[in-house]
Design a protein. Structure first.
Length: 296
């Protein structure tokens, strides 16, 4: 495994001889990596095993929570508290430092959410997440009929507890990420094999939503986990590994290849240039040239 270069600009982001190091293996389906910039550890999910793990260079691998209600996406809020999307319970939860779990969102308009999937926090403290139905489909979740008749993107405001549906014209919204200036939002729609880009208005509503990039190539994978680095480059899971897109023209610059389906990834380490990949049965890392963005 290495890289597939589609545009020479890719070599300003990764080394030509990039190689993956396998940190841990033996999982069922890894997802949702989130790096704690103060405590220097990585939390990630094994959805099928309904377990949250925590890894650090000093302590290795530990079980953080089991069962995890088939936890998927994870991130941290501005206070450094873990936020988690739970497939099985159709909830978004917050874990406080004492280990207590608070439910942030579970219903919209009186109906149970589908299965919150991926999650990000804006600098104003609002929590944004996608809600496809993967968590209601075996084996990616607990098979059951949805109560909502759409699959949307939501914003939760912890200041007043309100939950707002921002957009619902997706087949399966999955990964999402802000631009570095947080003036726009990217959303991956997995079955449609594309990434859309929305403007964020002053009141927090979305505008636009045109297709930013199409996902093409050979190998297992489709648009899934999605993040931006500090230069605005757009990283998204796709066929054969992690695809990297230029923020201005949406051109796919290249692919970081993985030996198995890679659902998600994040940056960490002291300089935020260590790139962690959750790829099916394994957790990998490599190094990149452009740092990521700390979660808080």
């Amino acid at each position: 495994m290495g890289i597939q270069t589609r545009d020479e600009r890719f070599l300003g982001i990764v080394d030509a001889d990039l190689a993956l190091t396998t940190l841990e293996t033996g999982f069922q389906f890894t997802e949702g990596p989130a790096w704690h910039p103060v405590e220097k550890h990585l939390t990630f999910s094994d959805i099928f095993a309904s377990t949250l793990y925590r890894w650090s260079a000093s302590g290795g691998l530990e079980t953080f929570r089991t069962p995890s209600h088939q936890a998927n996406g994870n991130t941290y809020d501005l206070q450094g508290r873990l936020l988690t999307c739970e497939h099985q319970s159709s909830r978004v939860t917050r874990t406080d430092p004492d280990g207590s779990v608070t439910v942030l969102a579970s219903h919209y308009d009186g109906k149970e959410l589908n299965s919150p999937n991926d999650i990000v926090v804006r600098r104003d403290g609002t929590v944004w997440f996608t809600d496809p139905t993967y968590g209601r489909i075996d084996p990616t979740g607990d098979g059951r009929e949805p109560e909502l008749d759409f699959r949307g993107v939501y914003r939760f405001d912890p200041a007043d507890g309100s939950l707002t549906c921002l957009a619902r014209d997706f087949e399966m919204p999955n990964g999402l990420a802000f631009t570095p200036d947080q003036g726009a939002l990217y959303v991956a729609d997995t079955p449609r094999l594309h990434i859309r880009k929305f403007g964020i208005e002053a009141d927090g509503s979305l505008s636009g939503g045109d297709v930013f990039a199409e996902s093409t190539g050979a190998g297992r994978g489709a648009p899934d986990g999605l993040k931006t680095d500090s230069a605005g480059n757009v990283f998204c899971a796709g066929p054969g590994g992690v695809h990297v897109y230029h923020p201005e023209d949406g051109a796919c610059l290249g692919v970081i290849e993985t030996p198995e389906f890679c659902a998600n990834f994040t940056w960490g380490g002291d300089d935020f240039r260590t790139f962690f990949l959750t790829a099916s049965t394994a957790l990998h890392q490599t190094r990149v040239k452009v740092p990521g963005i700390p979660l808080f």
